[in-house]
Write a protein that binds this ligand. Structure first.
Ligand code: PRP
Length: 210
């Protein structure tokens, strides 16, 4: 079995992605585009969240209202995933945010896990891993394993841009994880960067390029 991969298809996604790709886009413009795309991704990725019904009194009458009935965790991978937190929290204000810190070793492109805020117990019921980039997939796999170890059984991966290699690796190695992305690009280059890609999301979000 391979995991389910959902790729967004929408003209507004294409336009905001173009802003991310464009090397002349400012840090502010880049962050704004990440925010928009994260909101659209979140809309798709949360489509099967269950709600409970409660009566609500409107100024006119009463009707059925809805409340989320599951504990939702957002797990951003530092640094770039941080930019996806606020739009998700806007949509699900009761979400818990648990940070994981990882960076790719430049020589080997393997992830280095340097920080975890995951608690030892009381796992959330559904976790959304947030990282704009899925390149080799190493960081995502490491994050998913840490969340599974915490005890979470339902995990969804939200990336804005992915490589075919990273998608295939996730599908083969973590088939139970549903993946949502805005686009799957052509390939990785010899430096393990996504082509055509958008450069390094963390650097562009935090103005640390160069
Ligand atoms: C980037 C990106 C992902 C990771 C993807 O982070 O934000 O976390 O690389 O690559 P992978 O799929 O090959 O693991 P980076 O290492 O640049 O860290 P940063 O966000 O702190 O800049």
């Amino acid at each position: 079995m391979k995991s389910d991969v959902q790729v967004m298809r929408h003209p507004l996604v294409d336009c905001h992605l173009t802003a991310l790709r464009d090397e002349t886009t400012s840090g502010a413009g880049f962050r704004q585009a990440v925010k928009m795309l994260s909101t659209l991704l979140a809309y798709e990725a949360t489509a099967n969240l269950k709600t409970t019904i409660r009566p609500v009194k409107t100024p006119i009458t009463t009707c059925d209202g809805h409340d989320l009935n599951r504990r939702v965790g957002l797990v951003p991978i530092l640094r770039a995933g941080v930019a996806m937190v606020e739009p998700m929290l806007d949509l699900i204000p009761t979400s818990e945010v648990w940070h994981l810190g990882m960076y790719r070793d430049e020589a080997t492109a393997t992830p280095v896990h340097y920080y975890s805020k995951l608690p030892p117990n009381k796992p959330v019921e559904v976790a959304f891993v947030l990282d704009p980039m899925l390149a080799t997939g190493g960081s995502a796999l490491m994050a998913i394993d840490a969340i599974r170890e915490w005890g979470v059984t339902e995990i969804k991966m939200l990336s804005i841009i992915a490589s075919p290699e990273g998608i295939e690796r996730l599908q083969n190695e973590r088939p139970e994880v549903q993946v949502h992305t805005c686009v799957i690009d052509q390939s990785l280059n010899e430096d393990h960067f996504i082509v055509p890609g958008l450069g390094d999301a963390g650097d562009r979000i935090f103005n640390t390029t160069g």
